[in-house]
Design a protein around this ligand. Structure first.
Ligand code: NAD
Ligand code: WQD
Length: 342
C-alpha cells in the first residue's frame, strides 16, 4: 500500500484502537481518529503510542453533529479512506432504549457517509455484525444467506446501515464500500497493554470471564445448558480482535482494487466454540479454576452461529490466524495489566 491517510471513527473503542495499531504498522499509513469518548477512555491513545511509537490525533466530536464533522474535514482532509466503527453496540440496552440506538447509529452513519462523499473519499469500510443474520438454522452462515428478522434494534441498525452504505456506493460510483460482518471479537493486543476497556459494565462472555478471574465479579453464569449443541451450551465463532483489525487493512486494499460498488464479508474463524469450551480454554491458559454456575437461557440468544469463511479467504485474502488459547491468554494478560493500571 502506498501513502494513505485514514480516518478512523470510534478510534478509542475496542476494535478501533486495535485497528489503529495494525494500520500504523503499515509503512506510509497515517491515521486520524474521531471519537466522542461516549464508551471509551482517552488513555487508550497513550497505550497506542507506547505500542506503536507514534501519536494519533483524536477529535472529540459527536458524529451526529454534521457541522463539527465538516469543520474537522476542513482541517484534516483529504482522506484516502474512512473506517467507520463508531456506534453503540449493546443488544440489551438497544431493547430498553431503541431511540438511542437508531438515533446514534443511523445519524452518525449518514453524516460520515455524506461528508465522505462530499470530500471525495474513495474508500469506506463499515463495521457490521453477524447479528444481521438473525435467528437462522443453517450453519455455517455465508454472505449469501438471506438475512433473517433482526432480533434487536441494535441488529436492525446494522441491517439498515449496510443498506445505506450499499445505496451510497450505488449512487456515488467513485466510492468503493465494504461492510465487514464481525462474529464475536475477543482477546487483546499481544503486548497485554491494550484491550477492551468500555465505560459500560461488560455483559459479553470473555470480559465476564476475566473480570470474574480477577475477583471483580463473583462468578460466571452459563446462560443455558439445554440447547441442541454438543454440551448444551451456546456455540459462537470467537475471533481474535487483532485478526479482525488486520482484516481492515486488507479491506482498504480490496476496496482500492475493486474500485466501485459495495462488498460484504464475514469475519469469523469458521469454528464454533461452546460457552463451556470457552471456560475450559480460559482455565487452561490461566491455570485457574473459574467459579461458574449453570443457569437459565438468556432471552434473545441464538443456540449456535458460526461463519462460512470462503469469501473472506478468497476475495479479501484474509484468514484468522490466532486460536482460542491466544484469545483467552491475551484477554487475561490485558485484564491483569488493566487492574494494575487503574
Ligand atoms: P466500542 O464501544 O468499544 O467502540 C465504539 C467507539 O465509538 C467508542 O469509543 C465510542 O465512544 C465511539 N462512539 C460511539 N458513538 C459515537 C458518536 N456518535 N460519535 C463519535 N464517537 C462515537 O465498540 P467496539 O466493540 O469497538 O465496536 C466497534 C464497531 O464494531 C461498532 O460499530 C459495533 O457495532 C461493531 N461490532 C462490534 C462487535 C463486538 O462484539 N465488539 C461485534 C460486531 C460488530
Ligand atoms: C456469547 C455467548 C451467551 C455472558 C453479541 C451481540 C452480537 C455481536 C457480538 C455486536 C452466548 C454466553 C455470555 C455470560 C454466558 N456484537 N454468555 N454468560 O450474544 O453472541 O453476541 O456480541 O455486533 O450482535 O449480540 O456475545 O459475548 O454476550 O455471548 O453464558 O455471562 O456466551 O449466552 O452464548 P453474543 P456474548
Amino acid at each position: 500500500m502506498g501513502n494513505e491517510r485514514i480516518l478512523v471513527t470510534g478510534g478509542a473503542g475496542y476494535i478501533g484502537s486495535h485497528t489503529i495499531v495494525e494500520l500504523l504498522a503499515v509503512p506510509g499509513i497515517e491515521v486520524v481518529s474521531v471519537d466522542n469518548l461516549s464508551n471509551s477512555d482517552p488513555a487508550v491513545f497513550g497505550r497506542i503510542a507506547r505500542i506503536c511509537g507514534r501519536e494519533v490525533r483524536n477529535h472529540v466530536i459527536d458524529l451526529c453533529d454534521a457541522r463539527a464533522l465538516d469543520r474537522m474535514f476542513a482541517n484534516e482532509a483529504p482522506f484516502s479512506g474512512v473506517i467507520h466503527f463508531a456506534a453503540f453496540k449493546s443488544v440489551p440496552e438497544s431493547m430498553a432504549d431503541p431511540r438511542k440506538y437508531y438515533h446514534n447509529n443511523i445519524n452518525s452513519l449518514l453524516n460520515i457517509l455524506e461528508t465522505s462523499v462530499r470530500n471525495g473519499v474513495p474508500k469506506f469500510i463499515f463495521s457490521s455484525s453477524c447479528s444481521v443474520y438473525g435467528n437462522i438454522e443453517r450453519m455455517p452462515v455465508s454472505e449469501t444467506t438471506p438475512l433473517g428478522r433482526a432480533e434487536s434494534p441494535y441488529a436492525h441498525t446494522k441491517q439498515v446501515g449496510e443498506r445505506i452504505v450499499g445505496e451510497y456506493a450505488r449512487a456515488h460510483p467513485a466510492l468503493a464500500a465494504i461492510s465487514l460482518r464481525y462474529f464475536n471479537p475477543v482477546g487483546a493486543h499481544a503486548s497485554g497493554q491494550l484491550g477492551e476497556d468500555p465505560i459500560n459494565p461488560p455483559s459479553s462472555l470473555v470480559p465476564v470471564i476475566t473480570r470474574t478471574a480477577i475477583g471483580k465479579m463473583a462468578r460466571v453464569t452459563v446462560f443455558g445448558t439445554d440447547y441442541p449443541t454438543r454440551d448444551g451450551s451456546c456455540i459462537r465463532d470467537y475471533v481474535h480482535v487483532s485478526d479482525i483489525a488486520n482484516a481492515h487493512v486488507k479491506a482498504l486494499d480490496r476496496a482500492a482494487r475493486n474500485g466501485t460498488g459495495v462488498e460484504v464479508f464475514n469475519l469469523g474463524t469458521g469454528t464454533g466454540v461452546s460457552v463451556l469450551e470457552a471456560i475450559a480454554a480460559f482455565e487452561q491458559v490461566s491455570g485457574m479454576r473459574l467459579p461458574y454456575e449453570l443457569g437459565q437461557r438468556r432471552s434473545g440468544d441464538v443456540g449456535a452461529i458460526w461463519s462460512d469463511t470462503t469469501r473472506s479467504r478468497e476475495a479479501l485474502g484474509w484468514k484468522a490466524e490466532r486460536d482460542l488459547l491466544a484469545m483467552m491468554g491475551t484477554a487475561w494478560a490485558w485484564e491483569r495489566h488493566r487492574s494494575e493500571e487503574k
